[in-house]
Ligand binder design. Sequence first.
Ligand code: AMP
Ligand code: DBH
Length: 568
Amino acid sequence: MISGIFDDDWVRVPDDVADGYRRAGLWDTEPLGTLTRTQAASAPESLAVVDGRHRWSYSRLSAEADSLASGLLREGLGPQDTVLVQLPNCAEFIAVLLALWRIGAVPVMGLPAHRLSELQSFADQARISAYVSSGRIDDFDQVDAADDLRRQRPDLLHIVVPGAGTSTRGDLPDDAPGQVTYEDLRAATATGSTPELPDVDPYGPALLQLSGGSTGTPKLIPRTHADYLYSVRASVPVCGITADSVYLCALPCAHNFAMSSAGILGQLVAGGTVVMAPDPSPGTAFPLIRDEKATVAGVVPPVALLWLAARAHSRSADDPLTSLRVLQVGGARFSAEAARRVPTVLGCRLQQVFGMAEGLVNYTRLDDPDDIVFTTQGRPVSPADEVRIVDDNDDDVPDGEPGHLLARGPYTIRGYFRAPEHNARSFTDDGFYRTGDIVVRSANGDITVVGRAKDQINRGGEKIASEEVENHLLAHPGILEAAVVGEPDRLLGERVVAHLILQDNDRAADFAEEKPSALTRRTREFLAARGLATYKLPDRVVVTTELPRTAVGKMSTASLRGSGPDAR
Ligand code: AMP
Ligand code: DBH
């Protein structure tokens, strides 16, 4: 069975450009697996990661990664093998990533919200050799999922991290074939011994990130050690991260924002501490911020709104947020009105973050004037980022005018993983990524997101490709046509609405009479049974005789002002 990554699965940056990045010192020769080695030597006892069950110093984290790396090698994994990781926020997540990088394997960054449909697609596209899970996430049985994945990939190794999520050791079948636990992997190695590790190409793929996408199949994003590490190193000073920083990881840890902006890896680069929050609710996050003296946190807009509401209603003398210096908000457009309330209500600075797993990340700077921080999504993190804002003919538009954002640079991909046809549409001939975002750039270079020209819904930072959900709906024998669109929502920014034309038009009238909530529930159950992630399930279903297709994909005045959810 073919496994892992081959040279023609991904698109390299042209040699002369890559040489330029190396000469300019942007691309390091150290692969990501070496992170924590320096800290483990120079400040071994400083705290690297905390979760509900662990408080690991840098030396412990590094030793943990070494033991695991030995275990993974023993299990036959090695360079260019791909491993689907689907873990909740936990300390082991970091150890697993470091171990995979140390042996040159490539994690695929699954999210806890993903279900069988997404996992199968990733397993297939990335030709995975192993799946790392916590056994169970809420009502999702990952042991069953591993069995299902094994139908496609019979040799699949299932690595379980018991206790990381909602699983307990007792849930796991003890001697399931093809299953090992985290403990099994690290047990056989004497702590402190350094395994014989393979050489790892710093310019080769380090991880496969996920794109929200706009097509039927979710796309994988090949990020290299050098480009990813550069994006993190460039982000660290812009986010004010130092060895004294304590980052509250309240986003799903595998998300590109949480990983790299400056996120978990930013802390490891700077020698700071990561505190893993099991969920981002104020009830969980606030006490953690207080107890661990977190200085920075990153959240999506709906979570920022919940935090604002929680504080506006209960201000106690014993303020749990005194240590918090910066709240990063990104993943979807954050309204200026809410942005303005962050410093006054939460007592910290706001940093807007407009990034994408494909690369380009923009930040408002910590010393920017308030107006810029509240009303823009910031500027590219690196002076080497190339950004163009163009009209429908790819001609540059003047500052202050809306246009399509194109991006190229030292950490922006040149192509998706194993997707040549899609790449022809998503990249210009000279290698710019077509972000699908419609933005306005000011004379100072600050970017404001004003709309979108891609067939995608942004539900509070979670991206949903309309076509993917539509394809699943069309698998229902009663559905003739489906259009999945976003509609404005006060908390989420947008929510998912499925407009359906039924096979039997006479039945449509009956359906329309049926209680809308019953129809929505039935549709959601149908899609959930097909293994679709919960956040993609329609919030509302409408039966109709005509579909409300907006002209997405074209930049018309209407798409700028009307159809984009972010359009004002
Ligand atoms: P993905 O390509 O799936 O990683 O999603 C990245 C996309 O999320 C961007 O292209 C934007 O459409 C959206 N996005 C991320 N951050 C922001 C933000 N701060 N404001 C508006 N949109 C954002
Ligand atoms: O939405 C994103 O994908 C995102 C948002 C903020 C991102 O990838 C990032 C920062 O790095």
